[in-house]
Design a protein around this ligand. Structure first.
Ligand code: HEM
Length: 142
């Protein structure tokens, strides 16, 4: 079982790396997409979408491996204390931020300029929530 849970933690940390790496790159690319005139936007979308996919895949890995570790290593979330629930709250906020970013990005690509504001909001929401989820993960599990 130790090997399985080691692999799950390794994947969990890879998920963190994908989210953080993709997110930092996205913090430079998304503002450029928003500011660019329509013609130039077309050239930036493939990079934006690639980064969005890396971020979503990282989050997906976290949301799959986390509950599996919880079940296999800790027998569920009960008894882990307040910091675990603080982590879960920031995981929910991170998931909301990623979802909002994907939704707003798709709307902007369809030409809805109002979506740019939501896209700009989703980045800091995701980044701040993810950093706090990591803090409470360390407080809980170390
Ligand atoms: C945004 C999503 C998430 C982030 C950024 C995140 C981050 C982290 C980090 C940095 C650690 C390492 C902490 C340490 O070893 O001290 C960790 C461990 C852990 N996470 Fe997450 N996590 C996320 C989602 C989840 C979810 C949804 C669950 C379960 C419902 C979960 C359950 C766990 C468990 C059980 C560990 C401990 C693994 C161990 O020590 O063996 N995580 N997480």
């Amino acid at each position: 079982m130790a090997i399985l849970t080691d692999v799950l933690l390794w994947l969990h940390l890879l998920g963190v790396a994908m989210g953080v790496g993709g997110g930092i790159a996205m913090s430079r690319v998304a503002p450029k997409v928003i500011a660019a005139p329509a013609g130039e936007r077309a050239q930036l979308w493939p990079l934006e979408k690639f980064l969005a996919r890396v971020i979503a895949a990282g989050l997906g890995i976290l949301l799959i491996t986390g509950p599996l570790m919880l079940w296999l290593k800790f027998g569920g979330g009960a008894g882990l204390g307040w910091s675990f629930w603080a982590k879960m709250a920031f995981v929910a906020a991170t998931t909301l931020g990623v979802g909002l970013g994907q939704w707003a990005g798709a709307r902007l690509e369809r030409g809805n300029e109002n979506a740019a504001k939501l896209m700009s909001l989703s980045g800091p929401l995701t980044g701040i929530s993810a950093v706090l989820a990591m803090l409470f993960a360390v407080i809980t599990f170390n």
